[in-house]
Design a protein around this ligand. Structure first.
Ligand code: DAH
Length: 348
């Protein structure tokens, strides 16, 4: 009996040593130490022995079984530790490696330009007014002295909004003039900047573009005020105090007289060629650039919003921003402004 216990013990120890997994150990545990395992078999066979032998062999069997139970538990722990080692090896990472920094964004060229203009005109006392991108025909055209049958509407190839009668994507920022005047009394000094839309798309036209509208209404406002404001603004925008402006007569239904504002070319400084004699491509060698439409607010427009056109006069102007941004930052393709290619955008 005693040797049988020793044999069982050494068998189990050997098998445990070779065991590689929890389930193998569990198997051995059941087979040797379980309720119907080999050790309990010995216990059951004790009843055939003498009292003396029952005591000594029983004691030995019990002690050995307890000893082996401890060893089995240790084996479980060993396997668990080994499994942790494998995980630690496989999933190791260096927590001291610096993280990947998210890139810091910045304003788009056009948004930045809009902010700059708000500052430039803000210094001259102009507040910023806003209007909706989807506008009524009433504000976009009618109130601006452009009735439905007026040929000037043809100049602005319009996106009409499907299923919404008399609504357009605004073709100009001029309707903000009307909205602002309806809500305020003179004196008025506002600009309004934002998106405008026309069915126009080629190398130099995008169906969505940006405008800056200006409006000043009060007593005794004249073209001289318009000249001063435009000249000062353009000098600040192009950061060149030598910039000059000139007016040519033009036509817009909401102003009388209507004007075209030109400024000296900021690239060749009005010379038509650069300092080293290269013909200026931007102004096509004429030394001037068309920058804005403008004029004295038409008395009819003033009356449309309930102003006394005998008492008040005013000037208005509207300029396209996209080309100015291109000139200022020497961008040679309009599309670059709208494609949102990060390789372009992050240069500024
Ligand atoms: N709204 C005109 C356009 O988009 C530009 C313009 C011309 C605006 C003369 C004005 C103005 O305020 O007085 O073609």
């Amino acid at each position: 009996m005693k040797s049988k216990i020793e044999t069982l013990k050494s068998q189990l120890l050997k098998a445990l040593k070779a065991a590689k997994s929890d389930s193998e150990v569990r198997d051995l545990e059941v087979r040797y130490l379980g309720r119907s395992g080999k050790f309990n078999e010995i216990m059951r066979s004790l009843k055939d022995l003498s009292d003396e032998a029952k005591r000594t062999v029983g004691k030995l069997a019990n002690m050995t079984k307890t000893e082996l139970e401890v060893i089995v538990q240790k084996k479980y722990a060993e396997l668990e530790m080994a499994a942790f080692d494998v995980i630690a090896d496989k999933e190791w990472m260096d927590v001291t490696v610096p993280g990947t920094k998210p890139g810091v964004g910045h304003r788009h060229l056009i948004s930045k330009f809009i902010e700059d203009l708000e500052v430039v005109f803000g210094r001259m006392g102009f507040a910023v007014a806003e209007g909706p991108d989807i506008e009524t025909e009433h504000y976009n055209f009618d109130q601006l002295n452009m009735p439905a049958d007026h040929p000037s509407r043809d100049m602005q190839d319009t996106f009409w909004v499907k299923n919404l009668k008399k609504m357009v994507l605004r073709t100009q920022t001029s309707p903000v003039q009307i909205r602002h005047m309806e809500a305020h009394e003179p004196p008025i000094r506002v600009i309004s900047l934002g998106k405008t839309f026309r069915k126009d798309s080629d190398a130099t036209h995008s169906p969505m573009f940006h405008q800056c509208e200006g409006l000043m209404v009060g007593e005794d406002i004249s073209i001289a005020n318009l000249k001063a404001v435009m000249t000062n603004a353009l000098q600040q925008i192009f950061e060149d105090p030598a910039i000059k402006t000139r007016f040519r007569t033009s036509y817009f239904p909401f102003v009388e007289p209507g004007l075209e504002v030109d400024c000296t070319c900021p690239i060749c400084h009005g010379e038509g060629k650069t300092a080293d004699g290269v013909p200026c491509r931007l102004c096509k060698q004429c030394g001037w650039l068309e920058i804005a439409g403008a004029g004295m607010v038409h008395p009819k427009v003033l009356e449309n919003v309930g102003y006394d056109s005998k008492k008040y006069t005013g000037f208005a102007f509207g300029m396209g921003l996209d080309r100015m941004v291109m000139i200022k930052h020497r961008v040679n393709h309009l599309r670059l402004l709208f494609e949102n290619d990060l390789r372009f955008i992050t240069q500024f």
